[in-house]
Ligand binder design. Structure first.
Ligand code: SAM
Ligand code: DTB
Ligand code: SF4
Length: 345
């Protein structure tokens, strides 16, 4: 059995039968109690002082046919974004090498596509994946919808994870995106999982969704078996020109509650404090780490919007006494489940 096939077995003590009432009750605990419980669960499965650094790169930017209301890359909104066709493989691998030098253990490549097409661009992405893996980094891609055959090709190239966010609840989804359905999203996640690729799937807070919507999204994520190994929690970056440009900023404690609740219902997943950190204080980020977040995006850019940058993050981690992980945790998990499978054989 290959390590990636072995991963498709749920670890023990992880629940897939949460109810929305149970999740809501956790979410609404006194913040002190919620943080205490989340920290206890975090320590059962993760090192308390380690944070994974990941680097994002937009490998194809803008002119996307989808109508995601939050996204600066949709062709429907006038966001003055510079459109860029697919970057060449060497440019991407140079960036991956720089990311590794700066301490990242995962390199995530994002393309503003509705779906992957079987063409030379996809062949280049497969070369990028092989190149990133050869550097010893975890490789993640987010390329839109995938067929099972395309997922298999990505798996064969060595892809560690596929990012495809549910973004919000099924009920609120149509308020944000009309050009694809929640089921389309779940189908792509299923295709990636079937190919043996680990899943990265989470959401965005602050788009006007209710607390019920946030809980419903967590319930859907926690119902997946196995759970997504990686769960990004993004605070909306409100970009001028998008329909969500004028959303008020997310309340820090609402973010912290969601991170802690995510940690409790998805105990073994890496919880990523993703977009929106530029607007957050060091104290807010510290609370997110206390709540169970154990990964951030490093570098001064996310896909198209600003991120705090190396200097500020180095200072933040130093101030908090946190260490960047030296090995990708998903990689380690795949290796361990592969070893266990071999021992059983
Ligand atoms: N086109 C692919 C897709 O939609 O799956 C991949 C790229 S897309 C930019 C990746 C994710 O970035 C989205 O699913 C969304 O969760 C997140 N994202 C995009 N714009 C954002 C924003 N303004 N604020 C926070 N997150 C955002
Ligand atoms: C995720 O959940 N957040 C990242 C990554 N996965 C691909 C993307 C955030 C994008 C923020 C808006 C931008 O920079 O364009
Ligand atoms: Fe396109 Fe992805 Fe942005 Fe939606 S989130 S507009 S699919 S790049």
């Amino acid at each position: 059995m290959s390590p990636q096939t072995a991963e498709v077995t749920s670890p023990k003590n992880v629940r897939h039968d949460w109810s929305d009432g149970e999740i809501r009750a956790l979410h609404d605990l006194a913040l002190t109690e919620l943080l205490f419980r989340a920290q206890a669960v975090h320590r059962q499965h993760h090192a308390a002082d380690e944070v994974q650094l990941c680097t994002l790169m937009s490998i194809k930017t803008g002119a996307c046919p989808e109508d995601c209301a939050y996204c600066p890359q949709s062709a429907r909104w006038n966001t003055e974004l510079e459109v860029e066709r697919l970057l060449d493989v060497d440019t991407v691998l140079d960036a991956a090498r720089a990311a590794r030098r700066a301490g990242s253990t995962r390199f995530c490549m994002g393309a503003a596509w509705r779906q992957v097409k079987d063409n030379t661009d996809f062949d280049s992405v497969l070369d990028m994946v092989r190149g990133v893996r050869d550097l010893g980094l975890e490789a993640c891609c987010t390329l839109g919808m995938l067929t099972e055959e395309q997922a298999k090709k990505l798996a064969d190239a060595g892809l560690t994870a596929y990012n495809h966010n549910l973004d919000t609840s099924e009920a609120f989804y149509g308020e944000v995106i009309t050009t694809r359905t929640y089921d389309d999203r779940l189908r792509t996640l299923g295709a990636a999982r079937k190919a043996g690729i680990t899943l990265c799937s989470g959401g965005i807070l602050g788009m006007g969704e209710s607390i019920e919507d946030r809980i419903a999204m967590l319930l859907t994520l926690a119902s997946l078996d196995p759970h997504p190994e990686s769960v990004p929690i993004n605070a909306l970056v409100s970009v001028p020109g998008t329909p969500l440009a004028d959303r008020p900023p997310l309340d820090t404690f609402e973010l912290v509650r969601m991170i802690a609740t995510t940690r409790l219902v998805l105990p073994t997943s890496v919880v990523r404090l993703s977009a929106g950190r530029t607007e957050m204080s060091d104290e807010a980020q510290a609370l997110c780490f206390m709540a169970g977040a154990n990964s951030i995006f490093a570098g001064d850019k996310l896909l198209t919007t600003p991120n705090p940058g190396e200097d500020r993050d180095r200072a933040l981690l130093k101030r908090l006494g946190l260490r960047p992980m030296t090995q990708g945790p998903t990689e380690e998990r795949l290796r361990r489940s592969g070893d266990a499978a071999q021992a059983e054989a």
